[in-house]
Design a protein around this ligand. Structure first.
Ligand SMILES: [Zn+2]
Length: 284
């Protein structure tokens, strides 16, 4: 990576990511994959919660027929997960005018784990394969130690605990806390920086009462993980590109200034803690 001021380097790294995501998003396999993928994120928060309570080991749910459209058949005897679907209706008032109302009815969806590919269907949908993150475990551990000192100083509680889910971590804005899956240091550094990315940008993304844009927030957090980890010799390219392509590849450019601000705040801390050489070394 070219030497230069921290801001230049952040900007360069971010542009590299943008180009990689753009190239990747144009591949044919990926476009087909995305068609299935995008529809997974339409569930309301209430329904995401309902799914998590009933079936905590799945990330991918769809209705019976929707799975068939993606080339997968729900296995006989599978237990349905019940979510609530809004059903708008019109009610007539006493004065003859109409009032629009919404009723909810429970509809069944099924977990990916309870489906199997339909024979003869070309490319039945499969969830994304977790892409490897590479780097020196010792350097990653030093980065992690320093990040844990940062979360302690910032008053961000971090809990590391194994959970039966494909997620590697999460950030909860309500109590400004982070949960991490116990991964090896290299993978964990990526996840922690990603969650810190959420912590650092949540306020900006919800400024003035704006509703939180989930997919945009993911693109921002993963861009931060890519840039910061890259400076410490942890290459998250494959994982980050795939992750961002799923979420909000189209709006990646708009994330630039938010990503830059969050990265420079993290770099300020890390440079003070580890000395600037720590990242100059690996970047040279
Ligand atoms: Zn996230």
């Amino acid at each position: 990576m070219a030497k230069g001021s921290g801001v230049d380097r952040t900007e360069n790294a971010r542009k590299m990511l943008e180009e990689a995501v753009e190239k990747f998003s144009q591949t044919e396999n990926w476009q087909q994959f995305l068609k299935g993928m995008r529809s997974f994120h339409k569930y309301s928060l209430n329904n995401q919660w309902l799914i998590a309570v009933q079936r905590e080991d799945t990330h991918w749910v769809k209705g019976y027929r929707a799975w068939q459209d993606l080339g997968r058949q729900v296995v006989k005897g599978s237990e349905a997960i019940w979510i609530l679907a809004p059903r708008p209706y019109t009610k007539e008032r006493e004065d003859g005018t109409e009032e629009k109302k919404i009723a909810f009815r429970a509809i069944p969806v099924f977990a990916y784990e309870d489906t199997e590919p339909i024979e003869g269907f070309e490319n039945p949908w499969e969830p994304p394969v977790r892409q490897p993150v590479t780097g020196d475990p010792e350097a990653a551990q030093r980065l992690l130690d320093s990040l844990f000192a940062y979360t302690a100083a910032q008053g961000i509680p971090v809990v590391i605990e194994a959970k039966k889910t494909s997620a590697g971590g999460s950030y909860t804005p309500a109590d400004n806390s982070i949960w991490l899956q116990p991964y090896d240091p290299v993978e964990q550094a990526r996840v922690l920086v990603h969650e810190l990315g959420h912590a650092a940008t949540y306020k900006t993304l919800t400024e003035g009462g704006k509703p939180y844009d989930y997919s945009f927030g993911e693109a921002v957090a993963e861009s931060i993980a890519y840039v910061v980890c890259g400076e410490f010799g942890i290459d998250t390219t494959l994982a980050s590109v795939q992750y961002i392509a799923v979420w909000d590849a189209d709006r990646l450019r708009e994330t630039a200034s938010i990503v830059k601000d969050a990265c420079s705040a993290l770099f300020d801390w890390l440079d003070r803690e580890l000395g600037e050489e720590a990242r100059e070394d690996v970047a040279a």
